[in-house]
Design a protein around this ligand. Structure first.
Ligand SMILES: [Zn+2]
Length: 285
């Protein structure tokens, strides 16, 4: 047991009573109401956040520059090569490469591909929509983000689902503040997506991130009817809603990675890595 005058468990060098004592007391009360208390290892300290900000610079740089490479005739392998080289040149490591055997440095998910599309020798064509998902590890700190890109002119419905997925990310982030529950993210996103006539993928979600690529909690983008884990300042995680034009159900292709919509209709996704702050959230990338 930690006592009031001990140094806080978070590494701040402050006394417990002047640091996390009040937060811990509030969490104990919420735990009694059925919410899940976040593990202390999920709280990043100032040094960790500094490391994450440096990692985020690379991830953001890639996403800011990759768009100009997205055009008809360019292969997803060429996009992957750019991501790989950009990351290495800045001292980072593309975290997807070798992750549970994933063969490339980023995910490229085109049209009916929901997520985890593997870059290949396939050329983009006019009218395609593509999600490019990048995760950088720099000095042990991971940041993860993705954006949608359009190849030339796209259909009205394609643009509509891209916009809806982006709005869903914004709406999900708006739920983030100290002592909110993670369940509120999915509740808000699903209600909005359904109001626009779309569905929300259930088999994949966001995740804690920081010193690992994937960490607790799992962040659902739909209503799970559970109380969920409580957010506190210093927690870092992704929100990355995958929004489908038709059914939310999916198939995994024989490569064991590529997730596609079961009805072959479009899917779109945007993702940020965010930090819970004292009064809300901050987008790291
Ligand atoms: Zn503390």
């Amino acid at each position: 047991m930690i006592s009031r005058n001990d140094l806080c468990w978070c590494g701040s060098q402050k006394k417990y009573k002047k640091c996390h004592l009040q937060i811990d007391e509030k969490l104990t009360a919420l735990e009694q109401e059925g919410y899940i208390r976040p593990g202390r290892h999920l709280v990043m300290n100032e040094k960790d956040i500094e490391g994450l900000r440096k990692s985020a610079v690379i991830t953001k740089g890639i996403l800011d520059q990759v768009g100009e490479r997205v055009k008809p005739g360019v292969t997803t392998d060429e996009i992957d090569a750019f991501v790989h080289q950009y990351t290495l040149e800045r001292g980072g490591r593309p975290a997807p490469l070798g992750y549970h055997g994933f063969p490339k440095s980023c995910c490229t998910s085109i049209n009916e591909v929901i997520c985890h599309g593997i870059p290949e020798n396939r050329a983009l064509k006019e009218g395609d929509i593509i999600n490019i998902d990048v995760t950088t590890e720099l000095e042990g700190y991971f940041t993860d983000a993705s954006r949608m890109f359009t190849v030339g002119e796209v259909s009205e419905k394609a643009q509509k689902i891209i916009d809806c997925a982006k709005d869903c990310l914004e709406i999900g982030m708006a739920q983030v503040k100290p002592f909110a529950s993670f369940s509120e993210i999915g509740l808000a996103i699903e209600a909005y997506a359904i109001s626009k006539g779309f569905s929300v993928v259930r088999d994949f979600g966001g995740h804690g991130i920081g010193k690992k690529f994937h960490e607790d909690p799992h962040v659902s983008h739909y209503d799970t009817h559970q109380k969920g884990m409580i957010m506190i300042p210093g927690m870092v995680f992704t929100i990355e809603p995958m929004i489908n034009e038709g059914t939310y159900k999916l198939n995994i292709l024989e490569d064991d990675w590529t997730a596609v919509t079961r009805d072959g209709k479009l899917s779109a996704q945007w993702e940020h890595t965010i930090l819970v702050t004292d009064d809300g959230y901050e987008i790291l990338v």
